[in-house]
Design a protein around this ligand. Structure first.
Ligand code: ADP
Length: 759
């Protein structure tokens, strides 16, 4: 970084520099001039006294200059005085030549101490010269004095102006530099923000892809479900409709007169069944179009024919309400390549809507050709549709006003299906309407033979009426390297440290409360929420069931405590890790208050029990030892023998050490018996860390996911194959057990274990 002193310092330095240069120049000039005088005197051009003068001019400035280092200012003024006196003295002696030097002290004073000093000296010299009779030589001397002063003044002025100009420029540059630095800092911050935003975006899009897959699966499942249910519903419905039709149309078929009330009721059943059947058909059609499974049967057809047949179908509705129904479809219109039945269905849908919602006036159907497309419009004089609802009514089951639908019936599927049909033809459908002024529905169909629209995955996610603009240049944004992110909820930072050490690739967001955790997972998507606590935090049920976490975020609950924390949590006085050393075991026993006489050893491995027994009996102490190879047996012995201490292995098949401790805590009589816990925790990589691992996920786990999880978990957690070679260095105790087990025939008696005996 550029460091600069103040402006005053700079001027001071400049003055000193000028002074030393002026002094140097004067001395050098004196040396040259003095030598010249001596030389001229030698050549007898001048009198002999000139030689002495030359000597003086040569030696005095040189002498003065030698003192420069110690007293620069004094030297300068001595020189000025010397050069003031010398010419005047020489002039007094009648030597006019030396008078030429009279300008020198003025120049020196002006250069070294400023123009003001020079001017004062010049004025004094002028006065001195004017004191005598005015001669031409006086005038020349005075002129030389002032010319010298003038030249120095102009030079100084020029130097000052340039310096000021440089300073101004320098200040300006410095301001620019400052601004550039601020900008650079700002840019760096913006870049950091961008990187972070990019990382979050990448995570979100990752999550989006997952969500998309979930949604797609759900959609496919829904379509299959709808198709199956529709099929199952239609069969019995057709029966109901068929039978009720037979009953209402041929009431005598059953041999006797049916009461009119019964017939009226059956008609209601028939009407409602028909409505239900048409609803089922609509739902099926919709699900087929969404699944892209609806095949169009296309041919070149005349639009006039289609419109006429649709008009015939809806005419009774219009006539019953006294509405007009007109059409304007010119004869010579080009043929349209479309599925006749589906397009007729679209026009019937539009016309029956117009008939149902219009109370006065009527409807008008028009067809015309526009830009190589056929535009069919159905205009009515009905209530109209507000602008904000004009898109919504094309969505399935959407009706802009519930009261209208109650009044006019309908299910809210007609327009959705119609739009899908038109879109399947590569066309487009929209409405123009104003409340109170009626509505006009438009369907635009391409005239040309078009290949069926490719049904792409995810196509439905983009609004087909919005144009997609592809990028014209590759993105300059840095590609973030997004690390998998875990939100860790724990009171201490045990898990955070473990993850940092063993999974440096994972980004950990530590939190301390459930609320914070939910906020953190919702802010930036995470792979999972890890909870490291003995008990699930309050409200966790809520999280998974009410899905307060972002959809699909798994919650993994475990308890990996610090060693002391683990001991406190289990209510044990000491915590020993396998393999156990004898001195550790004895030291742990020494810590038991009130001394130990009887010990209960609990381990599922009889050999381990034997080993502990051996450790305890080889010392000088004598203990009464009870042994148990299962949790249940241990509890029984605790109750019956009340040992002074229990040495408990935490990992056992069936009732494990944790269950024993839990049970023990509940029983008043044995609650106070101290426990030394034994486990392989941390003893080997992958050793025991948590007694449980609960996985929940808001929205549940699908059967497929469950099967995949089970496969992965069993592959990971299943006990090692007994046929495989054990790894003695990692699990010494178990190794002994396996080897012995294998070498022992199945029927061989098991060494004393569950029973207790006194040693
Ligand atoms: P529905 O079976 O309810 O008629 P549609 O999908 O055909 O289902 O229509 C959806 C909604 O659009 C209707 O419930 C109605 O609110 C509105 N709508 C449709 N056509 C008209 C029209 N011609 N005039 C006024 N509102 C209409």
């Amino acid at each position: 970084m550029l460091e600069l002193g103040s402006r005053a310092d700079f001027y001071q330095e400049m003055r000193e520099e000028t002074r030393s240069r002026a002094l140097g120049l004067a001395v050098i000039g004196s040396l040259v001039f003095g030598q010249l005088l001596i030389l001229l005197a030698e050549m007898r051009r001048f009198e002999a006294s000139t030689s002495a003068l030359g000597m003086l001019i040569l030696l005095v400035p040189l002498g003065i200059w030698l003192l420069t280092r110690q007293h620069p200012n004094l030297c300068l003024w001595l020189l000025i005085v010397f050069y003031t006196i010398l010419p005047l003295a020489a002039w007094q002696q009648g030597s006019l030549m030396i008078l030429g030097l009279i300008g020198l002290p003025v120049g020196l004073a002006a250069l070294a101490s400023g123009p003001a000093y020079g001017a004062v000296l010049a004025a004094l010299l002028t006065l001195f010269l004017l004191r005598r009779d005015l001669a031409f030589s006086h005038l020349v001397a005075i002129e030389m004095v002032w010319v010298t002063w003038g030249v120095v003044w102009v030079a100084l002025r020029f130097a000052q102006t340039s310096t000021q100009w440089s300073w101004a420029n320098f200040d300006y540059m410095r301001a620019l530099l400052e601004e550039a630095r601020t900008q650079r800092l700002h840019l760096k911050e913006v870049q950091q923000d961008l990187n972070q935003a990019n990382a979050e975006l990448a995570r979100i899009s990752d999550r989006l892809r997952a969500m998309y897959r979930v949604a797609e699966e759900a959609r496919r499942a829904k379509e299959e479900f709808v198709a199956n249910v529709s099929h199952e519903l239609r069969t019995p419905l057709n029966m109901i409709i068929g039978f009720s039709e037979i009953i209402t149309q041929n009431p005598r078929l059953y041999g006797r007169e049916l009461p009119p009330q019964l017939l009226a009721d059956i008609e209601v059943i028939q009407r409602n069944s028909k409505h239900l059947a048409s609803l089922v058909d609509d739902v099926l059609d919709l699900s087929r179009t969404e699944a892209g499974r609806l095949a169009l049967v296309r041919e070149k057809v005349s639009m006039r024919e289609i419109v006429e047949s649709a008009l015939t179908a809806v005419m009774p509705l219009f006539q019953s309400k006294g509405l007009s129904l007109t059409m304007d479809v010119p004869e010579g219109l080009p043929l349209v390549y479309c599925d006749k039945t589906r397009i007729r269905q679209v026009i019937i849908n539009l016309l029956s809507n117009a008939g149902r919602f219009t109370e006065r006036g009527g409807a008008h159907v028009r067809a015309r050709v526009e830009d190589q497309t056929m535009v069919i419009s159905v205009a009515d004089t009905g209530p109209g549709i507000p602008k904000e609802d004009q898109e919504r009514i094309f969505e399935p089951f959407e009706q802009y006003d519930g009261s209208i639908s109650r009044l006019y019936g309908g299910s809210g599927l007609g327009l959705a299906i119609s739009r899908r049909f038109v879109e399947l033809h590569g066309g487009k459908m929209w409405v123009e309407s104003e409340p109170g002024k009626g509505s006009t529905f438009y369907a635009r169909l391409p005239l040309d033979v078009l290949a069926p629209l490719p049904v792409r995955e995810g196509m439905r996610w983009f609004n087909p009426y919005q144009t997609y603009e592809p990028r014209t240049r590759p993105s300059q944004a840095p590609q973030p390297n997004v690390r998998p992110r875990l939100v860790v909820l724990e009171p201490s930072d045990t898990l955070k440290r473990i993850l940092a050490r063993h999974e440096p690739e994972v980004e950990v967001a530590p939190v301390h409360t459930l609320e914070e955790a939910i906020r953190e997972v919702s802010r930036v998507p995470a792979r999972a929420l890890l909870i490291n606590e003995a008990l699930p935090p309050e409200g966790l049920e809520d999280v998974s069931t009410a899905a307060r976490l972002p959809f699909g975020t798994p919650v993994i609950h475990c308890f990996i405590p610090e060693k002391q924390e683990a001991a406190d949590h289990l209510g044990v006085v000491a915590y020993l890790l396998k393999p156990i050393q004898q001195e550790d075991l004895l030291a742990a026993l020494d810590r038991i208050p009130n001394g130990v006489k009887s010990i209960l050893l609990v381990d599922d491995n009889p050999e381990a029990l034997q080993l502990f027994g051996r450790m305890l009996s080889t010392g000088e102490r004598r203990y009464q030892i009870y042994r148990a190879t299962s949790g249940e047996r241990a509890l029984a012995l605790l109750r019956s023998r009340r040992p002074d201490v229990m040495l408990l292995d935490l990992i056992m098949p069936g009732m494990d050490g944790f269950a024993v401790l839990r049970q023990k805590r509940q029983e008043e009589a044995i609650r106070d018996i101290p426990v030394i816990a034994i486990s392989a925790l941390d003893a080997a990589p992958g050793g025991y860390a948590t007694s449980f691992l609960n996985v929940t996920r808001g929205g549940g786990i699908s059967l497929q996911e469950f099967l995949r999880c089970t496969e992965a978990l069993t592959a990971l957690l299943a006990p090692p194959e007994r046929t495989g070679a054990p790894e003695p260095s990692e699990r010494p105790l178990e190794t002994v057990a396996y080897e012995d087990n294998r070498s022992r025939p199945e029927s061989a008696p098991v060494p004393p274990g569950p029973e207790s005996y006194t040693q």
